[in-house]
Design a protein around this ligand. Structure first.
Ligand SMILES: Cc1ncc(COP(=O)(O)O)c(C=O)c1O
Length: 272
């Protein structure tokens, strides 16, 4: 086993996805690590072989990884001095992607920076990337229901909501939204793109400049491949949409659209 260590570094990302700060719930405080490794060593059936970190997600700078890994390297040296045969260093995930105008390091640059810090450790490196692999491989396609104009705002009401993609509501995240069919010369508007869920937090974009869409038109919510479907829910009794894999000009349903029966599957009415 490896212990997840909290290195107390600021990954400079959204607070909800920062996991390596002292105040975060994750990991073992690095100052207490040696004590916990000693406890682990006494356990029969447990082989203490590694050190693990995961400092956060959507990290767009190299420095937090380098700072954290320098601390891990120090800990590994200390552990080895105390007789622990540390063979694995799990560096976690966390590499960010471009949603809007972020310029995160590409994996090669990330790797070069990590190698500089950890190459002499002689450890097998374990990586846990998620978002950087799938984030920009997925989109959410939604249908425009109607345009609602109030005295102060223009709302584009669509059939996807916060239950389908919670990132904007949860973290205030930006997702680019494009019409599926691009047409030049359309009137543009500054609008909120909102779903049909009973919450004012049910939005996919706020104050976004976009072409005024027609009802029934499809909009594409970009960069929805990570923390999209997996964070979706059935809130407001909304069955979740299918997931479609597209390869070249072929497509496959890789997850069925949910039915109303799916929503109540597993529920029981007790005999009172
Ligand atoms: C322990 C751990 N490893 C890896 C990941 C993947 O992170 P990312 O998608 O930022 O690469 C997460 C995400 O929450 C995580 O908690």
């Amino acid at each position: 086993m490896a212990l997840r260590i909290n290195p107390d570094v600021d990954p400079k990302t959204h607070p909800y996805i920062s996991t390596g700060l002292k105040k975060s719930k994750f990991g073992i405080d690095i100052s207490l690590a040696m004590e916990e490794y000693r406890v682990a060593r006494e356990l029969s059936h447990i082989d203490v072989v590694g050190v693990h970190q995961h400092i956060g997600s959507q990290i767009t700078e190299i420095a937090p990884f380098v700072d954290s890994l320098a601390k891990m390297a120090g800990l590994i040296a200390e552990l080895r001095n105390h007789g622990f045969a540390i063979k694995y260093l799990d560096v976690g995930g966390g590499l960010g992607i471009t949603y809007k105008d972020e310029d995160p390091p590409v994996p090669r640059v990330f790797a070069e920076a990590l190698i500089a810090v950890i190459k002499d450790l002689g450890c097998t490196i374990v990586l846990e990337p998620g978002r950087v692999i799938v984030g920009n491989a997925g989109v959410l396609v939604t249908k425009v229901l109607y345009n609602k104009r109030t005295p102060t705002k223009h709302f584009i009401v669509v059939d996807a909501g916060m239950n389908d993609l919670v990132r904007p509501s949860l973290y205030g995240s930006f997702h680019s939204i494009l019409p599926a069919r691009r047409e030049k010369g359309r009137e543009t508007v500054v609008a909120d793109v909102v779903g049909p869920v009973c919450e004012s937090g049910d939005f996919l974009a706020k104050d976004r400049s976009m072409p005024v869409p027609e009802p029934e038109e499809l909009l594409v919510v970009m960069s929805a491949g990570a923390y999209g479907h997996t964070m979706s829910s059935n809130y407001n009794s909304r069955p979740r949409p299918p997931e479609i894999l597209v390869k070249g000009d072929r497509w496959f349903t890789i997850r069925e659209r949910e039915s109303y029966e799916d929503l109540i599957r597993g529920e029981r009415v007790p005999e009172l």
